[in-house]
Design a protein around this ligand. Structure first.
Ligand SMILES: O=C(O)CCC(=O)C(=O)O
Ligand SMILES: [Fe+2]
Length: 272
């Protein structure tokens, strides 16, 4: 068993680097986050308190400084390849947080046959090794009442998606897709104040399925891979009735989210 443990440590170190090197300790920021796997949905991980209140404030000001949302008509910004510095740092921080989790829980990854099993990691080793981890970003800004319809992210993006939630608490619902029906992201935004409703095909394909609610507070990070990314839709329905948690209505504020993804190789060619 010791031998396998050593092999595993070497594999993790090869991917993540030395965790206790001097340079790491010098730059270390104290972290108060905690990782949680959403048990009903394989591949869905939540990192509670991923960003501190101060980090959230700095990130929202960096986003505001981009000037994307000065005109209130604009509620979404997309970037490909050259991400702003703050998004690059965010990617790095995600990578480091998953790596730390893996290193701290390495015994979990030894399966019965002493083979390295990565199913208990927020992202598996293949995802963590890819460079860059993310090269596409969407920032969404939602006013109270605005949300996003049930969808599976487009297949032009690889597995391994991160969503950071800022400014308002909300409930994101996940629904298992029916076999052979795909609901890919398209025209997704809906606005309860403006009376828009769900994407037409949503009811037909997911209406009968039970929804799994996940509470996202400001500073929380969601990671989707495998089944959670391909076989479950996610949505945020900000009609009042859908935004309750433990029987209480959630007070809706303006909400900003940052989604980070990686384009598939064929899409990289098209966008270059
Ligand atoms: O705003 C969110 O939290 C979700 C965004 C999302 O699902 C997407 O951009 O595909
Ligand atoms: Fe999405």
């Amino acid at each position: 068993m010791e031998r396998e443990r050593k092999d595993l440590q070497e594999a993790l170190t090869a991917v993540f680097g030395e965790s206790d090197s001097e340079s790491d300790t010098e730059t270390e920021v104290p972290c108060n986050y905690s990782w949680k796997a959403v048990k009903e949905i394989p591949g869905l991980w939540l990192c509670k308190g991923f960003l501190s209140a101060q980090q959230q404030e700095e990130l929202v000001s960096a986003i505001d400084s981009e000037g994307w949302f000065i005109d209130s008509k604009h509620n979404q910004a997309m970037r490909f390849k050259d991400l702003p510095d703050w998004a690059f740092e965010l990617s790095q921080f995600i990578h480091d947080a998953v790596s730390s989790y893996a290193l701290a829980n390495d015994s979990l990854y030894l399966s019965a046959e002493s083979k390295i099993s990565m199913s208990d990691m927020p992202f598996n080793l293949n995802l963590l090794q890819r460079v860059p981890l993310f090269d596409q970003m969407i920032v969404n800004r939602y006013q109270p009442g605005e949300g996003i319809c049930a969808h599976v992210d487009l297949l032009r993006f690889e597995d391994g998606i991160a969503i950071l939630s800022l400014e308002s608490t909300c409930v994101m619902h996940f629904t298992q897709c029916m076999p052979n029906v795909s609901i890919l992201e398209s025209e997704l935004r809906y606005n309860h104040q403006a009376g828009h409703t769900f994407a037409a095909n949503q009811k037909q394909s997911c209406g009968q399925q039970e929804k799994v609610p996940v509470l996202l507070e400001p500073g929380d990070l969601v990671l989707l891979s495998g089944e959670a990314r391909y076989k479950w839709t996610h949505e945020i329905n900000r009609s009042e009735a859908c935004q309750t948690w433990e029987g209480e209505l959630i007070c809706q504020m303006r909400r900003t989210s940052v989604t980070l993804r990686k384009l598939t190789i064929s899409e990289e060619v098209h966008t270059s």
